[in-house]
Design a protein around this ligand. Structure first.
Ligand code: ACM
Length: 730
C-alpha cells in the first residue's frame, strides 16, 4: 500500500512537473525584434484567476486581451493593466512584466494593440490553439515603436478569390507581426470582387470568369462581408486600403458595363494573366460619373484615409485611336497620352480629396505629371519612390526586387528580403522623411489561396522586422534563429509556411569530358541525399564526377523533416563545353551564364526566369562554335520556349550550317514547327534537326526571331523575345 502511494505521488508530481515545464516560458523570440528589451530575473504566474483592467479609451484592447487570454475584465485594478500615458506616438508602447503583473502603457489604442501582440508572442505557442490555464512568464521591460509608419501587405483577391475567413486570418497574422496595413486588391481584369449597390452587374457579371473547361470561377464580398472584415481589422488596428484599379486592369468592369470602354465590346472577364488594351475611356464623362459613384460606396465601406486607384500598366492604344480621347487631349492642351493618364488621375484625386481621402497609385502615376497630393507606391524598382520623395511627395516602397512574394524563392529568398532597405541611399535625411514605409505584395495570378501561406511565410517575418526594427539592430543571423523558434507558433496557427530559400541547387562545371557536379543549400542545417537512378539515395558529402548524360535527383531534410527536392539532368554531347561566338549578343536581362550558356550541359526549365534561358529581344540568334577537331555529326538540337503573354515566342525556324575551315559554310539542315503562336501557357519545344552524316569542325546555328507581336496580342506591334537554351550536337 505504502509503495503504491509512493508510486502514485511520484506519478502525480511527474505530471505536474512536466506541465509546469511546458508552461514555463524560458526564452522569448520576438519577431519583429523590439527596439528596447530588458530581461529580468524574476517570474510572473499568469493564471485565470487574475483580471484585466485599464483606461476606458482602451476598451477595445481590453476586450481583445481578455478574450484571447480567457481572463475576465475588472473595474478595479487588475494584474494586467493598460495605462494611458500622455505623450507617446501612435504605435509606441511600454510592456513590462514584473512579479506582480503586466503593465502596458500607451497614449493611443494602436500602441496598446501592438503591445498586446508582443505579449501574445511571449506566451507559449500552444496558447494560439488552446487558452492558457497557467503560465510562468519571465519578467521584462520593453519600450517600442516602429521604424516606419506604413507596414503593409498587398493581398490580391481579384485574380483568385479568397473567402472572408481567409482574409480575416491574414489580418490576424499581420497584427501578430505588428504590420498595420492590408492593401486589398479587389478589382482587376480577372474579377470584380466588391459589391456596389448602384452597379449590380459589377458582381453579377464581373465577379465570374468562364474557364477554358467551361466552368465558372469567382466570388465577391457583399457589403456586409466587407463591413465585417473592416471591423475585424479595426479591432486589431490594421488599416485596410482598398485598391480599385483604374484606368487599366478593368476588363471585369468593362464586361459588366461595356459602355465605359472606348470601343463597343463586348468584353469578357479575363481568364489570362497580363496587361490588356481595353481600359476606361478617359474621353467619356460617364466614366467619371461611374467611378465617382463607385468610390462613394467604397468610401462608405472603408474608413481608410487612403484609397488606392492602381494606375499601373495602362496601354494607351485605345486612347490613341479614340476620337473623343483625342478631342479631350486637344481641348485640355495635353501633349501626349501620358498626360491624358495624368489628367485622369488628377481628376479622381480631386474627387477623393474633396471627400477627405488621399490617393495612392503605382509609380506609373508619375508619368505625365504627378497629382498634387498623391502617394506613390514604387514597384518598378525604387526610382518612382526616390523621385516622389525628392519632389516632396510621400512614397511607399515595394520594389519587385525584394517585395514581390508571388516571385519564386530563386528570385527573392528570406535573406534577400531581410537585406531590403526602404530608404535608398540617394535620399537626404530630409527627403527620407517622405518614405512612409513599404509593403510586400502577394499577387495571386499563380497563387490561389492554397499557395498563399507558403509564399508569404516565412518571408513576411523578414519584412515585418525591416519595417519595424531600427536598422542598427537588424542582424540576419539573430533573426534567423528567432525564425526557427517562431515556427512552432506558426504551426499552432496552422500556417502552411514554405521554405526560407531554394532548399537545394547545384554548381556544375565541365572539364576534360567530366561534369563536376556539386549540390548546395544556402540554408543552414539542410542535409542532402541524392540518387543517380531515382531509387537508391545516398548522403551527399562531396562533388559528383559524371562522365555522361545523367539525371540527378536529390532530397533535403531539415530538423528531420523533408525540406525540398531537386532534379536536374546534365546532357553530354559533342558541343558540351565548347565555346560559342555570337553574331548579335544576347539581351543583358537574360544572359544566362553568358558565352557558355548554350553548351554548359544544362537546359532551361519550364520557368523562363530560371537563369538558364538566354534571351534575344527582337533579334535572331546566330552563333558559331568550334568543335576543336574534325568531327562527324548527324544531329543538332536546340531548345526554345514560348509564353506568348510574356511576349516570348518560338523561333520561326532553326537552321544549321557546317564548315571544315570556319570560312566556307554549307547548309546541313533546317527545323520548323507548326505550333500556333496563340498556344497558351509556358512551354518548351526542342528543335531536332537531323541530316546525313558529315565531317565538319565548325558549326553555325541560327534561330529566326518570331518578329513583332501580332494584331490579336495585347502587345501588338512590340518586338518578340526569343528564348533559347542548349545546343546539343550528336
Ligand atoms: C504591379 O505589380 N503591376 C503593380
Amino acid at each position: 500500500m505504502k509503495n503504491i502511494n509512493l508510486i502514485f505521488i511520484l506519478f502525480l508530481s511527474c505530471i505536474l512537473f512536466s506541465c509546469n515545464q511546458e508552461n514555463k516560458v524560458e526564452e522569448i523570440h520576438l519577431i519583429p525584434l523590439p527596439n528596447k528589451l530588458e530581461l529580468n530575473e524574476k517570474e510572473f504566474n499568469l493564471s485565470q484567476d487574475i483580471f484585466v483592467s485599464g483606461d476606458e479609451i482602451f476598451e477595445n484592447e481590453l476586450d481583445y486581451l481578455s478574450r484571447i487570454l480567457s481572463i475576465s475584465k475588472s473595474d478595479n485594478d487588475g494584474e494586467i493593466q493598460i495605462e494611458k500615458v500622455s505623450d507617446y506616438s501612435d504605435e509606441e508602447f511600454d510592456l513590462s512584466i514584473n512579479e506582480n503583473g503586466i503593465i502596458i502603457k500607451a497614449t493611443y489604442p494602436q500602441g496598446a494593440m501592438r503591445a498586446i501582440q508582443t505579449l501574445r508572442q511571449i506566451l507559449p505557442p500552444n496558447f494560439e490553439a488552446n487558452p492558457i490555464q497557467n503560465v510562468i512568464l519571465p519578467t521584462l521591460a520593453i519600450h517600442d515603436s516602429p521604424r516606419f509608419p506604413w507596414r503593409g501587405m498587398l493581398l490580391d483577391c481579384s485574380r483568385h478569390f479568397m473567402e472572408k475567413e481567409f482574409v480575416k486570418r491574414y489580418i490576424d497574422l499581420l497584427a501578430l507581426h505588428k504590420m498595420n496595413t492590408l492593401h486589398w486588391h479587389i478589382t482587376d481584369d480577372q474579377g470584380w470582387r466588391i459589391e456596389i449597390k448602384q452597379y449590380p452587374k459589377l458582381t453579377e457579371v464581373g465577379a465570374w470568369r468562364t474557364l477554358k473547361d467551361g466552368s465558372r470561377y469567382g466570388g465577391y464580398y457583399s457589403q456586409e462581408d466587407i463591413r465585417e472584415i473592416v471591423a475585424y481589422a479595426q479591432e486589431r488596428h490594421i488599416n485596410i486600403v482598398p485598391e480599385i484599379e483604374m484606368p487599366g486592369h478593368c476588363t471585369a468592369a468593362l464586361a459588366a458595363y461595356p459602355e465605359l470602354a472606348c470601343t463597343d465590346g463586348p468584353f469578357e472577364v479575363e481568364t489570362d494573366w497580363g496587361v490588356f488594351k481595353d481600359i476606361y475611356c478617359v474621353g467619356k464623362d460617364t466614366v467619371f460619373v461611374f467611378l465617382e459613384n463607385v468610390l462613394d460606396e467604397v468610401m462608405e465601406l472603408f474608413p481608410s484615409p487612403y484609397i488606392h486607384i492602381g494606375g499601373d500598366e495602362v496601354p494607351k492604344f485605345r486612347w490613341e485611336q479614340s476620337d473623343i480621347c483625342q478631342a479631350l487631349k486637344k481641348r485640355e492642351g495635353l501633349e501626349d497620352e501620358h498626360e491624358l493618364q495624368s489628367y485622369f488621375i488628377k481628376r479622381i484625386e480631386k474627387y477623393l480629396n474633396d471627400h477627405n481621402r488621399q490617393l495612392i497609385g503605382w509609380d506609373e502615376i508619375l508619368e505625365g505629371g504627378l497629382a498634387p497630393s498623391a502617394i506613390v507606391q514604387s514597384w518598378r524598382g525604387m526610382d518612382g519612390g526616390i523621385h516622389a520623395a525628392q519632389t516632396g511627395h510621400y512614397a511607399i516602397m515595394s520594389p519587385t526586387s525584394h517585395c514581390y512574394f508571388d516571385y519564386d524563392l530563386d528570385a527573392i529568398d528570406m535573406r534577400k528580403v531581410y537585406a531590403f532597405d526602404p530608404i535608398p541611399e540617394e535620399l537626404t535625411a530630409e527627403q527620407a522623411q517622405f518614405i512612409l514605409g513599404g509593403e510586400c505584395n502577394m499577387w495571386s495570378e499563380r497563387a490561389p489561396r492554397e499557395l498563399v501561406d507558403s509564399k508569404v511565410f516565412p518571408r513576411i517575418l523578414a519584412i515585418s522586422e525591416i519595417f519595424w526594427t531600427n536598422k542598427d539592430l537588424q542582424d540576419y543571423d539573430h533573426f534567423y534563429q528567432r525564425v526557427q523558434n517562431h515556427y512552432t507558433r506558426l504551426d499552432a496557427l496552422g500556417v502552411n509556411y514554405g521554405f526560407e530559400a531554394v532548399p537545394i541547387s547545384s554548381n556544375v562545371t565541365f572539364k576534360d569530358g567530366i561534369f563536376n557536379y556539386e549540390l548546395v543549400s544556402t540554408i543552414p542545417d539542410v542535409h542532402i541525399k541524392y540518387s543517380l537512378d531515382g531509387k537508391g539515395y545516398e548522403r551527399y558529402t562531396k562533388a559528383l564526377q559524371l562522365d555522361k548524360t545523367t539525371r540527378i535527383t536529390a532530397v533535403g531534410t531539415k530538423n528531420n523533416k523533408p525540406y525540398g527536392e531537386y532534379q536536374q539532368t546534365v546532357y553530354q554531347s559533342l558541343s558540351t563545353g565548347k565555346k560559342v561566338t555570337y553574331t548579335d549578343i544576347f539581351h543583358e536581362n537574360y544572359p544566362s551564364s553568358g558565352e557558355m550558356a548554350l553548351t554548359d550541359g544544362l537546359k532551361g526549365t519550364s520557368k523562363f526566369r530560371d537563369g538558364f534561358w538566354q534571351g534575344f529581344f527582337g533579334d535572331d540568334m546566330e552563333v558559331s562554335m568550334d568543335l576543336e577537331e574534325p568531327t562527324t555529326i548527324q544531329q543538332v538540337k536546340l531548345g526554345a520556349y514560348q509564353y506568348n503573354l510574356s511576349w516570348i515566342m518560338l523561333p520561326l525556324w532553326v537552321e544549321v550550317q557546317g564548315s571544315v575551315d570556319g570560312e566556307q559554310y554549307e547548309f546541313l539542315g533546317k527545323g520548323t514547327h507548326d505550333i500556333s503562336p496563340k498556344k497558351e501557357g509556358q512551354f518548351f519545344h526542342e528543335f531536332d534537326i537531323q541530316f546525313p552524316q558529315k565531317e565538319i569542325r565548325y558549326l553555325k546555328v541560327k534561330a529566326k526571331n518570331f518578329g513583332t507581336m501580332p494584331e490579336w496580342h495585347p502587345a501588338s506591334g512590340a518586338d518578340a523575345w526569343l528564348f533559347v537554351d542548349e545546343i546539343q550536337v550528336h
